[in-house]
Design a protein around this ligand. Structure first.
Ligand SMILES: [Zn+2]
Length: 330
């Protein structure tokens, strides 16, 4: 057990910095936010991060030595303490985040990928039942993910594990943002499904679709919400898109279940706000792509933590790295 029971979590997003104080149980005690000024460059973001952490500590009358440590989640990867990738945050790539933060604060510091940490948060506090192995999907603009193996967040050799969106489901298929053709992200992310919608609506039957009417023929206005609202009203194009989205997701997911043998697959991200229309279809398709024994031992559930998952995961990372017992609940 760790004596210092509070960790600082700092979630770096493309638009918002979130800083929280998190208990070992995963309880979020305090949350403060500020805008991420990406355009002002790396130094500004680093200064903002440091100020935000200090203001949160001051607000709770804590010194940096009184907390267990600081955990930071960021887009991209953290390889040997340096941020790689993060294409949506120009200038952030190459930042030696661990070195910088360790010189700024006299407390242990850890950093990892933001979606990996959201997975850890869902594991630590989002799920009440005993779970040892879990796969987390974050389905939004892209498809990210995280893996919990034997109760520990799995980061891979270089902190890059969990790229669940770039599993090929259609060789030679739609071009993905990563440059490879046929990734599940190219079909089942918001970008993917809107692309599919535009193609279907341009066809001969497109004009009869409720989606077409909802955007008054302006296909640049098609959103995932409109697609799913219309699908729920029985629109054929909307339902067809949902079939495609869920079939490919199930294909990717089935492969992962066969490899990992998880107790649980958690589905989160903005797309999952559509709810049961997706969950039911995935349950329909999964048996086609998953070995029956593995599927019968695997539960499917919605993510529970929403937008705070990232910052809670940052705190959970500190306790995990320091060896706190956050393994499966009894
Ligand atoms: Zn890809």
């Amino acid at each position: 057990m760790i004596k210092k029971r509070i960790a600082v979590g700092l979630d770096v997003g493309g638009t918002t910095l979130k800083c929280g104080l998190i208990e070992e149980s995963g309880k979020l005690l305090l949350l403060r936010k500020r805008k991420t000024d990406i355009h002002k460059g790396r130094e500004t973001i680093l200064t903002d991060i440091e100020e935000l952490i200090r203001s949160v500590l001051t607000e709770k009358r804590l010194t940096e030595k009184e907390v267990a440590g600081i955990g930071l989640g960021t887009p991209g990867y953290v390889v040997n303490g340096v941020i790689h990738g993060s294409p949506n945050m120009p200038g952030w790539h190459g930042t030696p985040i661990v070195k910088i933060m360790k010189s700024a604060f006299k407390t242990p510091f850890f950093a990892s990928n933001d979606v990996t940490l959201a997975a850890l948060a869902e594991y630590v506090v989002g799920q009440k039942r005993k779970v040892s192995n879990m796969i987390f999907y974050a389905i939004g603009t892209g498809i990210g993910g995280g893996l919990i193996i034997d109760g520990q967040v799995y980061e891979g050799s270089f902190g890059m594990a969990g790229e669940l969106g770039h599993v090929i489901v259609e060789p030679g298929g739609r071009l993905c943002g990563c440059g490879i053709q046929g990734c599940v992200e190219a079909y089942s992310s918001t970008v993917g499904m809107v692309g599919i919608a535009k193609e279907l609506l341009t066809g001969s039957k497109g004009k009869n679709s409720r989606i077409y009417r909802a955007v008054k023929g302006d296909l640049s206005k098609v959103t995932p919400k409109i697609i799913y609202d219309m699908a729920k009203e029985g629109d054929k194009v909307g339902l067809q898109i949902n079939e495609t989205v869920c079939r490919y997701l199930s294909m990717a997911m089935g492969g992962m279940i066969n490899i990992i043998n998880p107790d649980l697959v958690v589905l989160g991200g903005g797309v999952m706000q559509a709810g049961d229309i997706i969950m039911k279809k995935i349950k329909h398709y999964l048996p086609r792509y998953t070995l029956p024994d593995l599927l019968s031992h695997c539960r499917l559930d919605y993510a529970k933590l929403g937008e705070h998952a990232g910052v809670i995961g940052c705190g959970a990372l500190v306790f995990q790295k320091l060896g706190a017992n956050i393994r499966s609940k009894a």
